[in-house]
Write a protein that binds this ligand. Structure first.
Ligand code: AKG
Length: 260
């Protein structure tokens, strides 16, 4: 058997879908065998068996005060920092290949994140938002965020949902902190009116990924099923943008002193 390749060649139709809709669904980004190379570390991180300091281990649906046993959306920020064994994984290689084809050869890994919804958690809702609302304003905003499904993601367990084309709106929508104050919870939320905004569910299989841009409206519903909904997120931005973020002290850690 040949060694796993880091490349994931995209079709012109997939590149066009990303440009038109602000996101694209890619099938079979990792095989069953490749998923098994990252899953044990993923599990150790979400179970709290690898130390993740402060607010980088939190609940994206609740406030920072929640007991970890009660987290509905377990969020691990920057897993590759706290678990260096993940660095250079086949997922990182595929994600880099995808990002370069969608956004250009100067894309570099900006941050990674694990988002695991526990079964039977109807409140595991990831609020509607545009990623750019979370980030500093920089001249070059190009972003490819790879969202890999470790479980089949369905409406019942809280798959991603998007408003296709919303990345082309003239300005970002207004966002406000979900729990009133960013020191209480990192989460921001904006309004989506499902009577006006056309919402599309991204029901995808284990090993598939969606890739979204920095401005497309997205979020996800609660988990009413008896299964986990686990995702591994890796975001790529231009080398110049990442350098500018770091210059401003912005690392995507929830422990950064200034949150935006
Ligand atoms: O996993 C989710 O439900 C939301 C993820 C998300 O908003 C993101 O990766 O930008």
């Amino acid at each position: 058997m040949s060694a796993p390749s880091g490349a994931y060649p995209l079709t012109p139709e997939q590149i066009e879908a990303f440009r038109r809709d602000g996101y694209v669904h890619l099938r079979g980004v990792l095989s069953a065998a490749e998923l098994q190379t990252i899953e044990p570390d993923y599990q150790r991180l979400i179970r709290g068996e690898i130390e993740v300091p402060g607010k980088d281990y939190c609940d994206m649906s609740g406030d920072y005060g929640r007991d970890p046993e009660d987290y509905s959306i377990i969020n691990v920020m920057l897993p590759r920092r706290y678990c260096p064994a993940l660095q250079g994984s086949v997922l990182e290689q595929r994600a880099a290949s995808i990002a370069a084809q969608l956004c250009g050869p100067d894309m570099v890994l900006d941050y990674d994140q694990l988002l695991a919804k526990r079964p039977h958690k109807p409140d595991a809702v990831f609020a509607w938002h545009q990623d750019m609302a979370y980030w500093p304003d920089t001249p070059d905003t190009r972003t490819a965020t790879i969202w890999l499904a470790l479980d089949d993601a369905t409406e019942a367990n809280g798959c991603m949902r998007f408003v296709p084309g919303s990345h082309r709106e003239a300005s970002l929508r207004p966002h406000h902190p979900l729990h009133g104050d960013r020191s209480v919870s990192h989460t921001l939320v904006t309004e989506v009116d499902e009577k006006v905004d056309r919402v599309r569910l991204a029901e995808i299989a284990r090993g598939d990924a969606t890739v979204h841009s920095e401005r497309v409206l997205h979020g996800s519903g609660g988990n009413t099923s008896d299964r986990w909904r686990r995702a591994y997120v890796i975001a790529f931005r231009s080398a110049a943008t990442v350098a500018e973020e770091r210059r401003r002290g912005f690392t995507h850690s929830h422990n950064d002193s200034g949150l935006t």
